[in-house]
Design a protein around this ligand. Structure first.
Ligand code: SAM
Length: 293
């Protein structure tokens, strides 16, 4: 491989097994003028384990990403080769990287991502769940409206979802997904990938919750969650129940709007686009939902 000057290399590093570092990744680390690293101590340990000579290291993490961009662009402009690494796995995937990559692309520098270790795709490949189409969620926000919005989005997600979660938050996240009605979804819990205690649990979400009550989660996990489409193909009756729930919720809103004095057309105008029903179905429901006297 020719390591070209003025180029930004994204170098994936092992997620648990040093042997997974590719020869190209090793070469990029050995030949770069500078390594931009999420944690320079972790980077120094990696270089030592690889017996690579000490390198100029620059910290590049979520709290200084923006401010480092100009510095990195200046070094690229000076013809330097920069290797960007995170603590583990592919940079810019639930890890720092995206901001400097966007800036380098915008400024016309060549960005070269080397393929390599990534927890989400490794888990997906072994999950047995539909891998033709999938959604990468990464970490679900830990609280607030953003968390609620992502949990709801996951409930409606047609495709297999890939979720990262810290062990001490895993049970809470599974509980929250269950309260979105996802307890029967198939789930693959991929744990400690590429490490000596790597394991895959194939079960449904509620079973996983029970299991984690018996044995507290330890280590690193990826959750691979069956998508809505595959679930409904397996359990078509769930679709009917969901539709019934949806209609019940819309009926409640119709009654409130009637109480406020709106007529059928006015109710249609308010609710269309706010609920998951087409115009004709919604109008039919409005006509059927009479004001209880
Ligand atoms: N950039 C990384 C990648 O390409 O996979 C992801 C970094 S993200 C900060 C860390 C999360 O990835 C962990 O909390 C866990 O959900 C997942 N992860 C990383 N290594 C893992 C492993 N060996 N086994 C299972 N999950 C892992």
């Amino acid at each position: 491989m020719d390591i070209l000057p003025g180029k930004l290399y994204l170098v994936p590093t092992p997620i648990g097994n040093l042997e997974d570092l590719s020869p190209r990744a090793t070469q990029a680390l050995a030949e770069a003028d500078l390594i931009a690293a999420e944690d320079t101590r972790v980077a120094a340990q990696l270089l030592a384990r690889l017996k690579l000579p000490f390198k100029a290291l620059l910290s590049y993490h979520e709290h200084n990403e923006q401010s480092r961009v100009d510095q990195i662009l200046a070094k690229l402009a000076a013809g330097q080769t920069i290797a960007l690494i995170s603590d583990a796995g592919m940079p810019a995937i639930s890890d720092p990287g995206q901001i400097v990559v966007a800036a380098a692309v915008q400024a016309g520098y060549t960005v070269c991502a080397l393929p390599g270790p990534n927890a989400a795709l490794t888990a997906l490949a072994a999950s047995g769940l539909d891998s033709r189409y999938f959604h990468f969620e990464g970490f679900i926000p830990v609280k607030g409206k953003e968390r609620e919005a992502r949990l709801q989005a996951l409930a409606g997600q047609a495709e297999t979802a890939l979720i990262y979660e810290a062990p001490h938050r895993l049970s809470k996240t599974l509980d929250d997904l269950a309260s979105q009605g996802l307890g029967d979804r198939r789930l693959c819990l991929a744990r400690e990938l590429t490490k000596p205690y790597e394991s895959y649990l194939y079960l449904c979400l509620d079973e996983a919750r029970d299991q984690l009550k018996v044995q507290a989660p330890r280590g690193e996990y990826v959750l691979v969650l069956e998508g809505r489409e595959a679930y409904l193909a397996r359990c078509p009756e769930a679709d009917l129940a969901d539709q019934q729930d949806l209609e019940d919720q819309v009926r409640e809103k119709i009654l409130l709007l009637r109480k406020a004095g709106l007529k059928d057309r006015g109710i249609l105008g308010v609710l269309l686009g706010l609920c998951d029903l087409g115009k004709n179905d919604l109008y039919q429901l409005i006509k059927e939902t009479a004001d209880p006297v």
